[in-house]
Design a protein around this ligand. Sequence first.
Ligand SMILES: NC(=O)c1ccc[n+]([C@@H]2O[C@H](COP(=O)([O-])OP(=O)(O)OC[C@H]3O[C@@H](n4cnc5c(N)ncnc54)[C@H](O)[C@@H]3O)[C@@H](O)[C@H]2O)c1
Length: 281
Amino acid sequence: MHDFAGKTAVITGAASGMGRSFANRFARAGMNVVMSDIEAPRLNEAVAEVAGHGTQVVGQVTDVADGAAIDELAERAFGEFSGVHVLCNNAGVGGMKGGPELINQANWEWVIGVNLWGVIHGHRAFLPRMIEQGEGHVINTASMAGHMPGHSAYTASKWAVVGITEGLYNQMHRDGTGIGVSCLCPGWIRTDIANSERNGPENAAPPALYEPTAGQEAAWQFVVDALEGGLEPDAVADMVHDAVLNDTFWIFTHLDFVAALADKHDSIMENRNPNPMGWLG
Ligand SMILES: NC(=O)c1ccc[n+]([C@@H]2O[C@H](COP(=O)([O-])OP(=O)(O)OC[C@H]3O[C@@H](n4cnc5c(N)ncnc54)[C@H](O)[C@@H]3O)[C@@H](O)[C@H]2O)c1
C-alpha cells in the first residue's frame, strides 16, 4: 500500500502501548482510525489524542475474545468509512503473574482467548470485505515469544499467531488478493503489558495464599525492568508504517533476539536436541 491519506486503519488494543502509537502514526499519515480496546476510559483519552492529528477517529469498546463484538467492530468500521485498508490485530495480554505450576485453566483460556482468538476473529470479520476491495494490509502482533520455547499460555498463543500469520501471507499472495500481511515480533517494548492482570478474569489469578519463590520474583522483576528499559512504542509504529509501505512480512524490533534463534534452527537442520540452557522457558 502506497497511499495512506483518506484511507482507514482499524486497531485493536489501541488505548495503550503499541496500539496507541500505531493509531497516532497512521493518523499522522492522513488515515482515519477506528480505535478499539476493552478499557473504556483510557480508550476515550486515546481517541482524543489521536484526533489531534486532524483525521476522523472513532473509538469502540471491544473485547477481542468475543467474536460478536469483533463483528460489530467490523460493521461499524465498514459502515462509517469507505473501507478498511489497514487492520492491526494487536490487543494482547501477558497473563497473570505467578509460577507456571499455578497458571490455571482460566489463565490459559483468557490469554489464548485474547491473543489468538482475537486475531482469528479479526481475520474472519474483516478479511472477506478487504479482499473484495482488492487492497489492504493486515498486521498481526505476535512476539519474539512466538519463536522461542516456553511452557506458558503466552508462548502458545504467540507461536500460533506466527503460524497463522505466515499461512495468511501465503494464501493472500497465492490468490493475488492485493492484501499484504505482516507479522510483528517485538522484543522488549516500553508499554503497560506487565500490568495485563488489570483486564483479566478474577478466576485466572493465582490462589490468595500463593507466595512466589525468590526465583520467581527475580524472573518477574527481570521482565519488568526489561520492559521499562525497552524500545519506545512510537519507534515500533514507524516500523509498522514502513512495513505496510514496503510490503514487508517480518517486523523484528530486536535483531539480537533474532540472532539468538540461530542455534535452535541449526538444531532442527542438524536433527540434534535443543540446548535447554539457551532459554528461560
Ligand atoms: N511490550 C512488549 O514488550 C511486547 C513484546 C512482544 C509482544 N507484545 C504484544 O504487543 C501487543 C500490544 O501490547 P502492549 O505491549 O502495547 O501492552 P499494553 O498493555 O500497553 O497494551 C495492550 C492493550 O490491549 C488491551 N486489551 C487487553 N485485553 C483486551 C481484550 N480482551 N480486548 C481488547 N483489548 C484488550 C489493553 O487494554 C491495552 O490497551 C500485545 O499483543 C502483546 O502481546 C508486547
